[in-house]
Design a protein around this ligand. Structure first.
Ligand SMILES: N[C@@H](CCC(=O)N[C@@H](CS)C(=O)NCC(=O)O)C(=O)O
Length: 240
């Protein structure tokens, strides 16, 4: 049976969700984290040299990287109808949005989170000075980029119910990032169409089942990303 190596409250939750959507049988192996940067336990590096989640093992295949895993599952398990094909508008939307989140949004979120964890690991008053510097840097550097991404996504969703025609891999990939920003950078006033789309996709049965199987802890997730509220002004000075 296919095995998924998983870290709770992480991007690998997306693979749990897709497996539930596609109704592919799987075994889930939960790994732990430790240290100030909350790095994965060495048990993950024993599965794949990257030492990160998600990783799947299917027969003699071992595969990392969420986007690659999603594509593998759709192709290897005969679920090709799940992604648009052919030179139609939904396929062109698919090509863009299936890449865009992990390429142009997640790096900013991950960098901000690493800097935040670093600040928290320092003794007072160094932690305060470091936080001040990082907040200033982030507000000037990455927040405007993030604002541009939110504006593009909101405008797209104003005209489309899902990112690529019908519900599919783009929605599964992007939900994690928008969920991390929910209540801080995403709300009905700031980006109404993203906010509405989030409610829609999070009400899916497969999504809810995946939260349980992936040992998702909503309070912990909120706590991990709460620091994003400091950047609201810097982000939205670009969205209006
Ligand atoms: N681009 C990779 C990112 C993988 C990644 O960084 N996973 C994180 C969880 S969100 C992780 O394993 N962190 C623990 C560590 O870096 O040790 C993907 O989307 O699969």
């Amino acid at each position: 049976m296919l095995r998924l190596h998983h870290l709770p409250n992480s991007r690998s939750q997306r693979v749990v969700w897709l497996l539930e959507e596609l109704q592919i049988p799987y075994e889930i192996i939960i790994h732990g984290r430790s240290g100030p940067q909350q790095l994965a336990d060495p048990s993950l590096a024993a599965v794949h040299p990257l030492g990160k989640a998600p990783v799947i093992q299917d027969g003699d295949i071992t595969l990392a990287e969420t986007g690659a895993i999603l594509d593998y599952l759709i192709t290897a398990y005969g679920k090709a109808h799940y992604k648009p094909m052919g030179d139609v508008p939904s396929w062109r939307d698919y090509l863009y949005w299936v890449q865009a989140g992990d390429a142009s949004l997640m790096p900013y979120l991950a960098m901000a989170q690493s800097l935040h964890r670093f600040d928290q690991s320092l003794p007072w008053p160094l932690s305060q000075a470091s936080r001040w510097l990082h907040t200033k840097f982030a507000s000037q550097y990455w927040a405007p980029n993030l604002g541009g991404f939110l504006r593009a996504a909101d405008q797209h969703l104003a005209k489309h119910r899902y990112f690529a025609g019908t519900f599919g891999p783009c929605d599964v990939l992007l939900e994690f990032m928008f969920n991390a920003m929910l209540g801080k950078l995403i709300n009905h006033d700031s980006v109404p169409h993203i906010s509405q789309w989030l409610q829609q996709v999070q009400s899916r049965e497969a999504y809810k089942t995946a939260l349980q199987k992936g040992q998702w802890k909503p309070a912990e997730f909120l706590r991990q990303w709460a620091f994003l509220r400091h950047y609201s002004h810097a982000v939205f000075s670009r969205v209006d």
